[in-house]
Write a protein that binds this ligand. Sequence first.
Ligand SMILES: [Zn+2]
Length: 491
Amino acid sequence: MFRDLVYDIRFRWYNECCLNRSILTFCVELCKGVVGIRSRLTQLVKKLVLWPEINSSHAKIRTLLVLGIPMFIFCALFSLIRWAVVWDGEIVAVASERQMAETAVQDYINQLEKIAGMPVQIPEDTIKYHPIWRLAAMEDKQELQRCLAAKLNYQYEACGIFIDGKKMVAVRDKSVGQVVLDKILSTYSQDGKGKVNFKQKVAMKTDIVDIDELMEADQAVEYIQYGGTDVKKYQVQEGDTLWDVATAAEISVEQLIEANPGLSPETIQIGQEIKISRPAPLVDVLSTHENIQQEEIAYPVQEKVDQELYWGEQKLVQEGSFGQREVVYEVTLENGQETGRKAMRQKIIKEPVPRIIAKGNKKLLAFRGGNGRLAYPTSGAIVSPFGARWGRTHQGVDIAANNGAPVVAAEAGTIEFAGNRGGYGLCVDVRHGSSVVTRYAHLSSAAVESGQRVERGQFIGRVGSTGNSTGPHLHFEVIVNGTQKNPTLFI
Ligand SMILES: [Zn+2]
C-alpha cells in the first residue's frame, strides 16, 4: 500500500501537475522522510513500553496520544485512495473502488455492443486502472459512464466488403454484407432467370472501423453502384446546348453543371471541353440470360429457263414471301448493357416461299451467229423502204409483223433510250460503240431500261403500233454518226 502511495504521488505529479525533475527529487526525499518517521515511532513505542511509570494514568494518556494520532492520520490518508481509469495515458474517470471502475467500463462496453449490435474493439492495454490519492471520487456508476462516453475512443468489429482486395464499404456484419451483394446482383438478374456474378473478386472480411464509417445496407448498395465516377470529356460542337450534351451523356443538366463548376448555358463556346461525369459502379456485374426472338427468313430467288420466252425476256412466275422463325439467344450483359449474343437453337414457324423468275433463251433462227452484219430485228418482210416517200425522206425501214411479235437487238450494245418519243411512239435506241445507234419504234412494250447492256439477238420488246403509225409494224433505223442510213446496207 505504501508503495502504491508513492506511485500515486509520482503519478499525480507526472500526469496532472506536469512537475519537473527537481520536484520529483523533492518527492523522493519526502518519502524517505516518511520512512524515517516510521522508524522513530517504532523506537518511541519501545521506550514507552519499557517506561517505569507506565502504570501511571498520565503516562497512559501520553502513550495513547503518541500512538493514536499517527494512526488516525495514517487511516485518514489511507481512506483517500481512489482508482483511476486510465485511457491511453490519460485519466478519464475516478472511482472509489477498483471493482466499481472495472464494472463500469465493462458495462459501458456491453451497452455499446448492444446498441450497435456488433463487438466493440478496444486495443489491448489501452485501458488501465491505477490507484491515486484524491479527495473526491465518483460514487455513481452512471456518472462514471458519462465520463467514459466523453473520452473513451473505441472501434467496432464490422464486416468490410472488399473488391479486388480494396475495401469499398463497411457494414455491421456478414449477414448485412450478404444482403448488399445479393441486392447488387439482383439488379441485373432477369427476374431471377439468368445467371449473375461479379466481374471482379468480391470478398467479405472482418474489419475494424469507426462508427461513422458504417453504412446501412441500402446506403452501401447505392455507394457501390454509383460511388465511382467515370470522367469523360466532350468538346462542344456548333449548335449544342447544355441540354443536348447532358441528354447524349444520359445525365441531367444539374449533374453536368455539378461536374463542371461555373458552367452556364449562356457561356458555353464551340470547342470548349466539358466533363461528362457518369456514375460508374465500383463493381461490375456480368449476367447471361436467354432471349427468344421472332425473326423473318429471307426468301431465295430462283431462276428457271422458259423455252417459250425469247432470250433476254423474263417473267415472274411466283412472288417470294418471308418465312418466320423463333430463335433462342444467350445474351451476355455487363451492368445491364449487352456485350454479346449467341444463337442457341431455333424453330422454323413458317418456311420462306422462293421468288421464281422464268427467263427465256429462245432465239429467232435468222439472228443466230454473226457475220459482221447486223441481225434482223424481227421476223417479217420490209414493207416500206428507206428513202423518199410521199415527198419526204423515210428515215428507216418498216418491217411487217404482228402486234406482240418479239423484237431483238441487232447487235450487242447499251440501251441509250427506252420510252415514248413523239411520233416514234414507244421507242428503244441501242448504242453499238461510238458511232452506230439502232432505233426500234412503234413498240407495244419495251423489256429493257436505259443503261442496260444487251447482247446481239437479245429480246428488247414487242411490235406494236404506238405513235404516228397506221398499224402494227416495226420501224427500224440505223444511225451512223448522227445520220440515218439505209438499214438494208447493214442487215
Ligand atoms: Zn417507218
